[in-house]
Design a protein around this ligand. Structure first.
Ligand code: GDP
Length: 389
């Protein structure tokens, strides 16, 4: 599936950059066009892969290239004022080349949080292709302001896209290392999941290794639908290549003929799909609140089989309770891993979003309380001053 990808804000730009890296090293051809939009000049300059002419600095008259901090209102204003410049960078592509737009943004800050929903609304008006969002939620410990920004932005973003693919930094953060290293690791998790999903629809890249049951762009589009939230599950397993199998046998570790039976492949597929669905999702949700689902299995052709995929699809139908479950495979001859991707689309039970809204209300109340307290303090100070006179 070919995307026009727009990274909005710092996180959005960095993640778009990583998608371009993934696309160029694997030759998947999923990015038809890539644009990075930001109010901070330094963030745009720090990108490696987005072409220079597609880096758009907005809001220069408002924030002078210094960013929008944690103020989504500023991000929104800069986006509205400079929409024409964003549009002309997007116009560099010919829309017949792409299947959909994907706007990527971290929702806790200012630029992406405020700007991404505005851009989505604009693109929906102008293009017939679907417009999707990839919205990154802040970690819980980033604090009230970030959660409040994200809660508001999430609401606006959902309203303006055909589907909002959620990703929760909190579920993927790793303890210990610096923030930069942490994000780099999280970003590779993002790209692994969504890159594999969109690659599956890019069937041209397969060449002669045509899949048994191909998932094309229209099936991804039908799964994502025209409104709602999606979450993605992923699980993978390294498989024994012929060489490793031989080594294993020489070491006496394997006394069969070293070839895998189709039963093994079937079991591996069903177990990976279970792990992908019941393990860590990009956005934690109740699996049985899914409206439509898609499952994809990629890996070396020998490790893929229709029986495994059929069994896994039936299991997923049962687990999600929905009848609209699409399934397919994606042969990757040079891979030594089998991977399962599960898209849960139109999910309605998403505890993290509820929690973010609660944190947002608490943050609002704190702000009001602080304002009231400082007003009282000021009044006391002035009164005190009066007494002294
Ligand atoms: P903006 O430039 O004003 O849109 O704000 P940022 O993108 O810098 O930050 C917004 C939120 O995105 C932060 O609160 C973090 O939760 C998240 N974030 C920032 N950088 C990254 C990144 O590289 N990867 C991921 N996954 N999240 C990030």
């Amino acid at each position: 599936m070919k995307l026009a990808m727009i990274g909005f804000g710092q996180a959005g730009g960095k993640i778009t950059d990583r998608f371009l890296e993934y696309d160029s090293t694997r030759g998947t051809g999923i990015i038809g066009h890539a644009v990075a939009v930001n109010t901070a000049k330094a963030d745009l300059m720090g990108l490696d892969y987005v072409p220079n002419e597609n880096r758009v600095l907005i809001g220069q008259s408002v924030v002078k290239g210094h960013g929008a901090g944690t103020e989504p209102e500023l991000g929104e204003r800069c986006a509205r004022e400079d929409m024409e410049e964003i549009q002309s960078a997007i116009d560099q592509m010919t829309s017949s080349e792409i299947d959909a737009f994907l706007i990527v943004a971290g929702l806790g800050g200012g630029t992406g949080s405020g700007g991404a929903p505005v851009l989505a609304e604009h693109l929906q008006r102008l293009y017939v292709e679907p417009v999707y969002g990839l919205g990154v939620l802040p970690a819980r410990d980033e604090g009230g302001i970030y959660n409040r920004n994200a809660a508001r932005s999430f609401q606006e973003f959902v309203k303006n896209v055909d589907n909002l693919l959620g990703f929760d930094n909190d579920a993927f953060k790793t303890g210990g290392e610096s923030l930069g290293e942490g994000y780099s690791e999280i970003n590779s998790q993002i790209v692994t999941r969504f890159g594999a999903l969109f690659s599956a629809g890019e069937v041209e890249a397969l060449g002669d290794d045509v899949a048994e049951s191909v998932v094309d762009a229209s099936e991804i589009i039908n799964t994502l639908g025209e409104e709602g939230i999606s979450s993605v599950g992923y699980a993978s397993e390294e498989i024994e290549t012929e060489e490793k199998g031989l080594l294993g046998r020489l070491r006496g570790g394997n006394d069969d003929n070293g070839l895998e039976s189709s039963g093994d492949a079937t079991n591996r597929i069903t177990s990976l799909v279970r792990r992908a669905t019941l393990g860590k999702l990009t956005l934690q949700c109740e699996v049985d609140s899914t409206e439509r689902a898609l499952l994809l299995v990629s890996g070396p052709p020998d490790a893929l089989n229709r029986k495994g995929i059929d069994k896994a699809r039936k299991w997923l139908e049962q687990k999600t309770g929905c009848m609209e479950v699409r399934a397919g495979d994606y042969p990757l001859p040079n891979e030594d891993r089998v991977a399962a991707i599960v898209v849960l689309s139109g999910v309605t039970e998403v505890p993290r979003v509820k929690e973010m809204q609660r944190l947002a209300i608490e943050a609002e109340e704190n702000v009001e309380q602080l304002q009231a307290e400082s007003k009282e303090d000021l009044e006391n100070l002035i009164e005190y001053g009066d007494d002294e006179e």
